[in-house]
Design a binder for this molecule. Structure first.
Ligand SMILES: Cc1ncc(COP(=O)(O)O)c(C=O)c1O
Length: 388
């Protein structure tokens, strides 16, 4: 058929050589996915079962990343979401209905707690917040309508390591599923499914991405039936993932082992050094005995990551703690973590009967890939400034 140039812009006969091979997964961008004939058209979300139908459910770039996370975590299959928080909301919205009850540790990532306490409540789901160090004590909290037990180990900022096997046993006895936010362990330093967790989610934004330039989440289910419920909900919620971000995350995965190793060594060295400083009351690093739940870390984890918190002694005012953060030269100030740049953020935990009384004295550090000696020097000079 003879084509005008404007048609050729869309339907070209140009040829390129075949046989190109690269070490990298190509970036397939698409909303429309082509069908071979009119009868083959379908809007099924499960691309494994039905083949590719629509970009929303993942192009090969997105599915490649999902499959690799699933391979590392060892579950049935993995879904990706546009960020860690949307992985959290997907799990809740897919698996809960009005009249259900869930258990959430006090130490969970803040927006996860807010989702449970505010949004789920609007939909008639009740959340009870529990002490992250509970094990058998969880039995008393289980109700006939308890569907999900959320866990995050270690917890955000306060870093409590949880007794996941015991929580799973108690939850399963009561007919509830256990979800783990496995972000700190990057899905590799803690084997969620070997410890009986039902769903493991991660903010791939952190160690998988690894360079502070993308937002992605993953949800890995142990059972097909749970994966199917999550996938069906993802279709209705329209949680599309960018193939460009997936491609960056695939690149991040290749260097994750060496990044984690160096970060682990530097973080441990700095945590131990900080623990010996007179200004510091407590270092909340899972590999240190001073961290609540350290024995569970020792029993269940195969390594440690680069995020931990420091609690200053009571005599230091809020201004002095903020002054310490501001005085750091190499540590930047900002949310998120697990990138190559060291970060410091001061938090506020007011004491109540359910939370440790750290007040304004707690600072979370993310250790990056800078030289550990330089980071120690930076911390030393900021600590010295607290006395002036
Ligand atoms: C433990 C944990 N889970 C989930 C999230 C949410 O991830 P995202 O920022 O990709 O939405 C974060 C982000 O800080 C986190 O620290």
């Amino acid at each position: 058929m003879a084509k005008k140039w404007s048609t050729r812009l869309i339907h070209s006969d140009a040829q390129v050589p075949a046989g190109f091979r690269s070490l990298n997964t190509p970036v397939y961008r698409a909303s429309t996915v082509l069908f071979p004939n009119a009868a083959a058209v379908s809007d099924e979300w499960d691309q494994y079962e039905y083949g590719y139908t629509y970009g929303l459910y993942g192009t090969p770039t997105v599915l490649e990343l999902a499959a690799r996370i699933g391979e590392l975590e060892g579950g049935y299959r993995t879904l990706l979401t546009p960020g860690g928080q949307s992985a959290i909301s997907l799990i809740n919205l897919a698996l809960l209905k009005a009249g259900d009850h869930i258990l959430v540790p006090h130490s969970i990532y803040g927006p996860n707690r807010l989702f449970a306490g505010h949004m789920l409540r609007q939909f008639g789901v009740e959340a009870t917040f529990y002490d992250p160090l509970f094990g058998e004590e969880m039995r008393a909290l289980m109700r006939p309508n308890t569907r999900l037990v959320w866990t995050e180990s270690p917890g955000s900022v306060t870093m409590e390591v949880q007794d996941i096997p015991t929580i799973c046993r108690v939850a399963h006895d009561a007919g509830a599923m256990v979800v783990l936010d496995n972000t700190w362990a990057a899905g590799v330093l803690f084997d969620a499914f070997a410890h009986e967790v039902d769903i493991s989610m991660q903010a791939l934004t952190k160690y998988v991405g690894g360079h502070s330039d993308l937002l992605l989440g993953s949800v890995t289910a142990k059972e097909k039936q749970v994966f199917d419920r999550l996938g069906a909900a993802q279709q209705l919620l329209g949680l599309a993932v960018s193939p460009d971000d997936a491609s960056l995350a695939l690149r991040g995965l290749k260097t994750m082992a060496v990044r984690l190793k160096t970060i682990e060594q530097s973080a441990l060295e700095l945590a131990r050094w900080l623990a010996a400083r007179e200004e510091v009351e407590l270092v909340l690093h899972p590999a240190l005995e001073s961290c609540p739940g350290h024995a569970f870390w020792k029993r269940d984890f195969t390594g440690s990551a680069g995020v931990f918190s420091v609690v200053f002694r009571r005599e230091f005012s809020k201004e002095q703690v903020l002054g310490f953060v501001d005085a750091l030269q190499l540590f930047e100030i900002g949310y998120s973590w697990a990138g190559v740049t060291s970060l410091a953020v001061a938090y506020y935990f007011c004491g109540n009967k359910n939370r440790p009384d750290y007040g304004h004295r707690i600072v979370r550090l993310n250790i990056g890939l800078e030289d550990a000696d330089d980071l120690r020097e930076d911390l030393a000079s900021a600590l010295a400034g607290m006395h002036s």
